[in-house]
Design a protein. Structure first.
Length: 138
């Protein structure tokens, strides 16, 4: 199992504050004898539709020397995990969790926005210090 991201616990706490129940930490995925693990699995009861919304969240801190290198790694993981979830648990939606500072400085760049839209990335923007979710981007 890989090491937990620097802000893993901050995102976990933020999701719980937002009403999510953490069901997996990490969320294991196995497809064709390939073992993977998304950082978190969570569920939330949605009263309006009388059902349960299920998500998986891959946490990224973007604290390395290069945001684009971190983004390349995050994108590769996201795309692989999304396909694995489509096979194993198609009712679970995958999100990439990114810190609000990185979102404001890097994720707003036109090229990054193009990549996000083309690959249909869903984002959870969080503040690690306050352990809160700033916004959900579908």
């Amino acid at each position: 199992m890989s090491a937990k991201d620097l802000f893993h616990n901050a995102v976990k706490q933020a999701l719980q504050k937002d009403g999510w129940t953490i069901t997996h930490d990490p969320f294991p995925l196995t497809v064709d004898d390939i073992n993977m693990a998304v950082d978190l699995g969570a569920e939330k009861l949605i009263a309006a539709v009388k059902g349960t919304q299920k998500i998986a969240v891959e946490v990224k801190s973007f604290v390395g020397a290069s945001n684009i290198t971190e983004f390349h790694t995050a994108l590769r993981q996201f795309l692989n995990y999304r396909i694995a979830l489509e096979v194993k648990e198609p009712d679970r939606v995958l999100y990439l969790a990114v810190p609000s500072d990185t979102f404001k400085e890097f994720f707003v760049l036109p090229f990054i926005q193009t990549v996000i839209h083309r690959h249909q990335l869903r984002l959870v923007v969080y503040r690690p210090e306050q352990e809160v979710i700033v916004t959900w981007i579908n």
